[in-house]
Design a protein around this ligand. Structure first.
Ligand SMILES: Nc1ncnc2c1ncn2[C@@H]1O[C@H](COP(=O)(O)OP(=O)(O)OP(=O)(O)O)[C@@H](O)[C@H]1O
Ligand SMILES: [Mg+2]
Length: 470
């Protein structure tokens, strides 16, 4: 991208509607809310979240911050650099984000992604694909909440041609203000699934909340909706009410973007699809029908954004999944190989089924036993027991040989498994590792998954530490 600074000091002050304490400042090359990852030249924004960022202003300047955005009440310390004062630092960050969006050139295209699963993976696919055809901006991580979205906007260079934003929610009403800042030309809903059920009366209520994404669409914008999802009609109605053009994707015969060929394998998926009347063949390196479906949404979005789809789509053939969303590592045990599929980042019933299905595609010729290591799916409300026992079908369909499970919810699944499939159950993940390690044999393929709070990540990490990479 161009060598212009992200923000000149004056432009930033104006965008933040702030009161600078020094007349001039050096150009701002980035924005940071965390001094542990701050880069020299960044503007440090002192947000109040779990901790108060104002306690770290000194650290920020020591690390090379170009300026700091602080609230009126902050008491300047010796060694502080240029300060920009505002009544509320989060509101100011939002204002900077809106200014970043407003200054994009008219031909720029902005894409927003929401859904119960697959937001980050879809955002990463779009970023990889669009980077091949123009200056592209997206967050490195999930960054999908009340500070992540404005921060990602504020970090967007003026010369951006394609901006991609993940928008998340835990409650109704959360998406509306975020998408109002992003003002996308294209809004994608990957899927609607029973997650966060503790906060919602029904899955329909979740679909309604996801549909808020269409409220922020630019006039003439495009809504890209999953035709295979139960809540398609509900989402379509909401999108139409906003005047959006609807593009549906999926395997349903009525889908606009529907694969003519879809070959799933443990090594990824080969897809053939008609886009704008042209047949396109491409590969997706991350295996699983759920990822393939996200890739159809990506293809639809590339077309809607006016990108050269033939140039952009081949990026998906080499793109690895984000950490903990299917990351594969070959490990060595007693001179033989073990394949670890690390899905520990998070879990809900839909992504759990998807991950088990992928486990079932690993060829027996390459690896022998299929082992699922499962932690609790959280936030499922009153139906949590049913959602766990119902996984038995997916466990069996995948040809899973052994299940190691932990947590009170997974105890329900463990109890209904055939006895020969019961590896071990422990109350928490830390106790499970010894039981798992003791059972491992060369040729095993191990898929580890659970909600973030079930701490399956450390278990995957322990396995990688214990066994060396092949
Ligand atoms: N369409 C889908 N349906 C079901 N599961 C999916 C789908 N897409 C991705 N997944 C799985 O969901 C998990 C989370 O993926 P990802 O991080 O992309 O989702 P996210 O929506 O960004 O999650 P978060 O809300 O935590 O930010 C991964 O295990 C991934 O393989
Ligand atoms: Mg995410």
């Amino acid at each position: 991208m161009s060598s212009a600074p992200l923000w000149t000091f004056d432009d930033l002050v104006r965008a933040a509607n702030g009161r600078p304490e020094s007349a001039t400042g050096t150009p701002i090359t980035g924005l940071s809310i965390d001094t542990r990852t701050l880069e020299p030249g960044d503007l440090f924004v002192a947000l109040k979240d779990q901790r108060d960022g104002h306690d770290f202003v000194g650290k920020a300047f020591a690390a090379g911050a170009s300026a700091a955005l602080v609230s009126e009440g902050y008491r300047a310390q010796p060694g502080d650099g240029p300060l920009i004062r505002v009544p509320d630092t989060l509101h100011a960050l939002e204002a900077i984000g809106r200014a970043a969006r407003a200054r994009l050139r008219p031909e720029a295209r902005v894409i927003a992604v929401t859904g119960s699963a697959g937001k980050t993976g879809t955002k990463d696919m779009l970023r990889a694909a669009l980077s091949r055809v123009g200056p592209t901006h997206a967050a490195d991580k999930s960054f999908n909440n009340h500070w992540g979205v404005p921060l990602t906007l504020a970090r967007m260079p003026a010369a951006t041609r394609f901006g991609i934003f993940e928008i998340g929610m835990n409650h109704a009403g959360e998406i509306t203000p975020l998408v109002g800042m992003v003002r996308p030309h294209i809004a994608i809903v990957t899927t609607v699934e029973p997650v966060h059920l503790a906060q919602f009366p029904s899955v329909e209520a979740i679909a309604e909340a996801k549909a808020e994404i269409f409220t922020g669409l630019e006039p003439g914008g495009t809504a890209i909706i999953n035709r295979d999802n139960t809540h398609f009609e509900l989402l379509r109605k909401h999108a139409e009410a906003q005047g959006a053009r609807i593009v549906s994707f999926g395997q349903d015969a009525r889908a606009d973007v529907r694969p003519k060929v879809l070959e799933l394998s443990s090594e990824g998926t080969a897809i053939e699809v008609d886009i704008g009347g042209r047949p396109l063949r491409f590969r997706v390196a991350v295996p699983g029908i759920h990822i393939a479906r996200n890739a159809l949404a990506v293809a639809a979005a590339l077309d809607a954004a006016g990108a050269d789809v033939e140039e952009a789509l081949p990026a998906l053939a080499t793109l690895a999944p984000p950490p903990g969303r299917g990351t594969r590592t070959e490990l060595v045990l007693d001179g033989g190989k073990i394949l670890l599929i690390d899905e520990s980042y998070n879990a809900n019933p839909a992504s759990m089924r998807a991950a088990l299905a992928v486990l079932g595609t690993v060829p027996r010729a390459a690896f022998g036993r299929r082992i699922a290591v499962l932690g609790d799916m959280l936030e499922l409300g009153v139906q949590e027991k049913t959602h766990h026992t119902a996984l038995k079908e997916a466990v069996d369909a995948a040809g899973t040989d052994l299940v190691f499970a932990c947590g009170p919810n997974m105890a329900h699944l463990f109890a209904v498994l055939a006895p020969e499939k019961q590896g071990a159950w422990t109350p928490a993940s830390d106790a499970l590792s010894e039981r798992l390690f003791a059972a491992l044999a060369p040729g095993d393929v191990i898929m580890i998954k659970g909600s973030n709070g079930s701490r399956m990540g450390p278990l995957a990490e322990a396995l990688r530490k214990k066994l060396s990479s092949a």
